[in-house]
Design a protein around this ligand. Structure first.
Ligand SMILES: CC(C)(COP(=O)(O)OP(=O)(O)OC[C@H]1O[C@@H](n2cnc3c(N)ncnc32)[C@H](O)[C@@H]1OP(=O)(O)O)[C@@H](O)C(=O)NCCC(=O)NCCS
Length: 156
């Protein structure tokens, strides 16, 4: 990793879509997260924040509002070269900051990596307690109903 490149966390722009897709779908092909289509990324680009190093997208996370009182952290990923340097934490913190600014009392996530989110005060919840999410998105997912993701929630 060329440390001459200055990295920063910023809001995502539509031009970041390809970079976001590459990170998410690389991990998705390893079974670490769910894939995202380019159209779903562009349609929801305002939900995303990214870690940008020059022109390269090195990390991303989205906060998607689901209902009046709940949002989801989705598509959280940091490229291997910069893992362990606090960028994952910075992405989660930024999602929580935005959720508070939106006066949302709760944030949830569906993940194959529960220990990471538990570090940030999330605790496990039965997926059935997230009805809007289940009916709005999950039924369209190829993994439904045998999904191995764990649901976690955090009060703000
Ligand atoms: C999970 C992921 C986002 C973490 O990013 P990162 O930049 O390496 O995380 P950070 O450096 O900010 O680590 C923050 C803390 O979480 C811990 N942590 C990192 N990855 C972890 C994991 N997989 N399980 C448990 N704890 C983890 C770190 O040790 C650190 O703890 P500390 O503050 O006590 O030292 C990154 O490893 C990744 O993109 N993995 C592949 C995709 C994925 O699994 N996404 C998960 C959501 S679906």
């Amino acid at each position: 990793m060329n440390r001459e490149i200055k990295m920063k966390l910023r809001q995502a722009y539509p031009r970041d879509g390809e970079g976001i897709r590459e990170i998410v779908n690389t991990y998705a092909s390893q079974g670490l997260m769910l894939p995202r289509s380019l159209s779903s990324i562009y349609e929801n680009i305002r939900d995303f924040r990214v870690i940008a190093g020059g022109d390269r997208i090195m990390g991303c996370a989205a906060l998607q509002v689901y209902w009046e009182d709940i949002a989801e952290i989705r598509s959280l990923a940091v490229i291997e070269e910069i893992q362990g340097e606090g960028w994952g934490r910075a992405l989660v913190d930024d999602c929580l900051r935005e959720a508070r600014a939106l006066k949302l009392p709760r944030v949830f996530t569906l993940t194959f990596t529960p220990p990471f989110f538990k570090k940030f005060g999330f605790s496990e919840i039965e997926k059935e307690k997230l009805p809007h999410k289940i009916w709005k998105d999950c039924i369209h997912c190829p993994h439904f109903p045998d999904c191995k993701e764990v649901a976690l929630i955090r009060d703000l």
